[in-house]
Ligand binder design. Structure first.
Ligand code: MGD
Ligand code: MGD
Ligand code: SF4
Ligand code: MO
Length: 767
């Protein structure tokens, strides 16, 4: 007799958090489709969400720890070992390195899926603390770090990120984002494309700024084909127009905004005429974009990865919110708003402690620490450069930096020279093939799901929690991370991972008990901790957060309040309503105001001006475009997920997607026909990829997607190896970063493109 059960949960893959309906027949996933009753996604799903079971079943997915025997990745042998043995081995190898060379000798790299699991969000920090190293790196510095810095400076907290109120806005100005493929980022909105369509259906306007005419741009009212790297120039010039034409109307924000006058002075030289050459947009268009933004009843400016992974990333991120403030759209319905997630920590009213960076600096190039991290663009040199503080061991958690970070070939070589590398990862891939030990966590269907990182970035206040669908085969990811933390702190491989749970629970409860006017003031931590319920440690920590959050039951003090158990009863998710105005209470700057002109921003404006002038002089403009030559940008595809879903056959079938997009004019000039192999060369490396000629890219710009370059010796991805593609980050340059955030520059890379004889099959080449 067949048994069939259905579970509703959320997709762990991207930031959209779509509701899934998973049918399990005879203990095996039979079908995954969109949950039509999900309060937030209403049945929306993309091709990745519907093949989650393929990851779960993938024979290449690791189930047991691996130990590497041999140094050369091409000839090394990986052997399965037991968990106790694996942890003992980590302890045996890690502690002597710390003893001999100090704590900074161990680096930690945290990858993107860390942000998508409870384990990553809750346990990576204790791991970092236990390691006690300054060498903390993450995918944030190849992604959104500029937004954290700008939010830190403007609002006082790096996580105070306003999201566009997509469902109510009349006008959306979107830069460097392609949600038709990505489904959105720093803006959680399942069926982002549908929400964009509805803006237009209700008479609103969508403007997309992107060097490529993406599907998102096709479906918008207007596409502005900007030169890569110049969003800060464009946005600053738009702010200049608002200020000089008397269109700046911050409204109720004025009462708690400082720096308006200084802003006018600072931006006075950045007129549309001054910025025009850098952005490749005529002054009339810049003026019109600014006036339309000001005239819209409500409007939101939203900039994403194309605006962040550039040399002016922080200035662009800042300018986005400056426009939201100047138009009075920050913190009002239809504008850009701050969500109120169910797990939000309570906090006493009043000004905050402000925000600063640079509490320490990277050893070799002296880049400032940002949010406790150093730029991942500096990781290779920290490994390669001898001296005190040299990195000799690396722990990676859910990351593939050999594919996802700049000057990838150099990092690949550097990893091969480490004394110890330990990877917490589900695959043996381009990065983890260098690991001496790989510790695989269970699959995403074997853990509970709640999006700690993304419900706080969501276009509605929503919450959904689901228990594991299947029992995990080995230790949970949080137990692996706890073990590593206990080893690093000297408590030993045999110590109980529950010690870390107690620490985290205590932290949450003590904060809530000690808050002024706390409904649980005076209650003992132990008593409250004993009331927490959930299938595993991460769930009990989450229960503590939810019960003491803005909708919480405060352990009975608030009748009908939320707990994990109450949330679990909403299997289609819980809608907590539209976003609400939250200012000025949320501000944590020292002044308690929105600080429009923070000192580090003011100090970086001259660089922007210089770049405007250089572009106007025809010199290209530093950090914007490489003179008259070609520049490279990236792109995403709906069926890819950064570097790690190419082993899933239904997602990679069809035409090869790792192509070099090129405008017909450039193709004609270079003598390239569609499908021809071409060598793309930058200052640091070269790859060979087939050409895809398309009108949809700005002349002078070429595009390669990131996340490819599989099939390298020692990796264990049999399907991906058949669809290898090339690693676009072999071309990106680790020498240039956005100075304020340390974010890598992944767009606007100067390259030359050369035709190759067509009998040469596409393959990666060394630099
Ligand atoms: N040129 C260029 N480069 C880019 C970008 C770009 O636009 N252009 N985008 C950047 C961005 S936005 C990002 S976020 C980064 C991503 O950079 P990374 O985070 O370094 O890389 P991913 O490709 O996300 O790799 C995720 C790794 O986690 C593993 N994994 C998957 N699920 C789990 C899990 O549940 N637990 C654990 N422990 N491991 C798991 C996978 O096997 C894989 O090794 O790439 C960046 N790189
Ligand atoms: N299918 C799929 N979905 C994903 C991912 C994935 O790999 N695949 N990755 C997830 C992750 S980790 C993230 S961070 C998000 C990212 O989500 P998005 O921010 O939407 O990222 P992209 O889809 O890469 O779109 C970035 C766009 O910026 C454009 N661009 C490049 N340079 C510039 C520039 O200088 N200025 C402007 N204005 N535009 C520029 C590119 O042409 C591209 O169309 O997507 C997430 N969702
Ligand atoms: S859009 Fe994102 S969250 Fe939704 S199904 Fe696809 S990968 Fe999953
Ligand atoms: Mo990302």
């Amino acid at each position: 007799m067949t048994t069939e059960t259905v579970q509703f949960r959320t997709c762990p893959l991207c930031e959209a958090t779509c509701g899934l309906e998973i049918t399990v027949r005879d203990g095996r996933v039979h079908r995954i489709r969109g949950d039509r009753d999900n309060s937030f996604s209403q049945g929306f799903i993309c091709p990745k969400g519907s093949v989650l079971q393929h990851v779960h079943r993938d024979p290449d997915r690791l189930r047991r720890p691996l130990i590497r025997r041999g140094d050369d990745p091409a000839t090394a042998v990986f052997e399965e070992i037991g968990w106790d043995e694996a942890f003992a081995e980590v302890e045996r190898r890690l502690l002597p390195i710390i003893e001999r060379h100090g704590r900074d000798a161990v680096a930690l790299y945290l990858g993107n899926p860390s942000a998508h699991s409870l384990a990553g969000v809750l346990y990576n920090r204790p791991l970092a603390r236990a390691l006690g190293t300054r060498n903390i790196y993450s995918a944030s510095t190849v992604d959104q770090m500029p937004k954290h810095v700008s939010s830190g400076l403007l609002f006082g907290g790096p996580l105070l990120i306003p999201v566009p109120d997509l469902d109510r806005t009349d006008h959306l100005l979107m830069l460097g984002a392609n949600p038709w493929e990505s489904n959105g980022s720093l803006c959680t909105a399942p069926d982002f494309p549908g929400r964009l369509a509805r803006i237009r259906q209700r008479g609103g306007k969508v403007v997309v700024v992107d060097p490529r005419r993406t599907r998102t741009a096709e479906e918008a009212d207007e596409h502005v084909a900007i030169r890569p790297g110049a969003d800060a120039h464009l946005l600053a010039a738009m702010a200049n127009v608002l200020l000089s034409e008397g269109l700046a109307e911050p409204g109720r924000l004025r009462a708690f905004t400082t720096g308006l006058d200084e802003l006018g002075e600072l931006l006075a030289p950045i007129t549309p005429e001054a910025a025009s050459a850098a952005c490749g947009i005529d002054p009339g268009t810049i003026r019109r974009l600014a006036r339309e933004l000001a005239a819209a009843p409500t409007a939101a400016v939203y900039g994403r990865i194309g605006t962040h992974t550039v040399a002016f990333g922080t200035l662009a991120a800042w300018a986005v919110d400056v426009l939201n403030v100047l138009t009075g759209n920050l913190d009002r319905p239809g504008g850009a708003m701050f969500p109120t997630p169910a797990h939000e920590r309570p906090r006493a009213p009043g000004p905050g402690r402000g925000y600063r960076t640079g509490r320490h600096r990277s050893r070799v190039r002296g880049y400032p620490e940002v949010n406790g991290e150093l730029p991942v663009a500096t990781l290779a040199e920290e490994i390669e450069t001898p001296g005190e503080g040299q990195v000799r061991a690396l722990i990676t958690v859910a990351g593939n930096p050999v594919v996802s970070t700049p000057d990838a070939a150099r990092l690949d070589r550097a990893l091969a020279g480490l004394e110890l590398m330990v990877s917490v990862d589900i695959y043996r891939n381009e990065t983890t093939r260098h690991a001496h030990l790989i510790l695989p966590p269970p699959s995403a269907l074997e853990r509970s799901e709640y999006h700690l990182a993304f419900f706080g970035l969501s276009v509605r206040n929503v919450a959904q929690w689901s228990p594991p669908l299947f029992e995990p085969a080995g230790p949970a990811e949080h137990e692996i991370l706890a073990k590593l933390a206990l080893i690093a702190s000297g408590q030993g491989a045999g110590a109980d991972p529950a010690l870390v749970e107690h620490l985290l629970v205590e932290g949450v409860l003590q904060g809530a008990i000690g808050m002024a006017g706390s409904p649980i003031a005076g209650r003992p931590v132990d008593e409250l901790a004993s009331l927490l319920a959930g299938p595993s440690a991460v769930d009990r920590i989450l229960d503590a957060m939810i019960r003491t959050g803005p909708y919480g039951d405060w352990f009975g003090a608030v009748p009908d309040g939320l707990s994990l158990a109450a949330l679990g009863a909403h299997e289609h998710g819980l809608d907590l309503g539209p976003l609400q105005p939250r200012l000025p209470e949320l501000l944590r700057t020292l002044s308690g105001t929105i600080e429009l002109v923070p000192e580090p921003i003011a100090a970086d404006i001259p660089r922007l001006l210089a770049s405007c002038r250089e572009a106007a002089d025809g010199a290209g403009g530093s950090g914007v475009v490489g003179g008259t030559g070609l520049v490279l940008v990236g792109r995403r595809h709906l069926r890819s997920n950064n570097s790690w879903m190419h082993n899933i056959a239904p997602l990679v079938k069809g035409k090869p997607r790792c192509t070099l997009q090129l405008h017909p004019d450039d193709a004609a000039r270079l003598g390239l026909a569609d499908g021809d192999p071409a060598e793309v060369r930058s200052r640091v490396g070269a790859v060979v990829a087939p050409v895809e000629i398309t009108e949809a890219i700005r002349p002078g710009v070429v595009s390669l997607p990131h996340g490819w370059g599989h099939g390298v010796p020692g990796s264990g991805l049999s399907v991906a190896a058949e669809h290898a593609g090339v690693n676009s980050n072999v071309l990106t340059d680790g020498e240039v970063v956005d100075p304020l955030s340390g974010n890598a520059v992944l767009n606007g890379i100067p390259v030359t493109v050369t035709p190759l004889p067509s009998d040469l099959s596409p393959r990666a080449r060394g630099g």
